[in-house]
Design a protein around this ligand. Structure first.
Ligand code: ADP
Length: 240
């Protein structure tokens, strides 16, 4: 979305939704939310909700598409009812770009080489959009992959940061994303300290990026712990 700074996004030292600058919205995570999927998850950051469903690994056909490793396919979709004004249904340039971004953020974490000639499908639907949908998608997809039993080097964890009215903040909501000066989407394999996505829109100084990466890593640690405890809580019933 284009960046224009027409509205006050910080009033009385707080953001419009009452948050401090480096405060992340309320996060909710659930797993096994789609019965027919091999693995699925829902992740909510404030009013942004992503549902991810994973199918596979399954045989990739036609044969000429097969590779010596699994092919990861990601499809990001924003539902028509997810925004204030009805979004035109179906794929558009933005969803094609986001599908590609999400795939490249997840790919380094998966042992694709263990499953030659197969495909792993990741379907992500945004049912409520209020900023930072791509990082909510990555968090949900990562959990859904784990639920599907896909071997991974680590969970991928993601968050956004940005600059609004000249101030650095974490986890942009829709207004901040659309009317702020700049945003940064970030994903990493937390325990490996390996960044898998770093994408910016707008301008940051080198020092600003340094501050934001430090804060993003702190936020990612919390999100990572939540992902792990969501998975553990789900499987707890099987060990009791
Ligand atoms: P991200 O959601 O990953 O931040 P964008 O920067 O493209 O990706 O979008 C920012 C926000 O703008 C979205 O989260 C959503 O709230 C809003 N938005 C994006 N596309 C549309 C659309 N077609 N209609 C209404 N709102 C949209």
């Amino acid at each position: 979305m284009s960046k224009s700074n027409k509205i006050d996004l910080i009033v009385g030292g707080k953001r419009l939704d009452g948050r401090d600058f480096f405060e992340v919205r309320e996060i909710e995570m659930k797993v096994n939310v789609v019965n027919n999927a091999d693995g699925s998850a829902m992740v909510r950051f404030g009013n942004t909700t992503a549902i991810a469903a994973v199918y596979g690994p399954r045989l990739l056909l036609p044969k000429f598409l097969q590779e010596e490793k699994a092919v990861l396919r990601c499809r990001y979709n924003m539902t028509p009812f997810s925004t204030d004004e009805r979004k035109t249904p179906g794929h558009d340039r933005r969803s094609i770009e986001l599908s590609k971004v999400i795939k490249s953020a997840l790919e380094p974490a998966i042992f694709l080489e263990d499953f030659p000639k197969t495909r792993i499908d990741v379907f992500i639907d945004i049912v409520q959009a209020d900023g930072s949908t791509r990082v909510a998608s990555i968090n949900a997809a990562s959990l859904a992959l784990a639920m599907a039993g896909i071997p991974m080097r680590d969970l991928v964890v993601a968050c956004t940061a940005g600059k609004i009215n000249g101030c650095l903040v974490l986890d942009l909501n829709g207004k901040e994303d659309n009317f702020g000066e700049a945003d940064l989407s970030f994903a990493m394999m937390y325990s490996k300290n390996r960044v898998t996505l770093l994408q910016t829109d707008g301008e940051f100084s080198y020092e600003e990026i340094e501050i934001l990466i430090k804060e993003l890593k702190k936020a990612c640690e919390k999100i990572y712990e939540m992902q792990k405890s969501t998975l553990k809580d789900y499987y707890q019933k099987y060990v009791e």
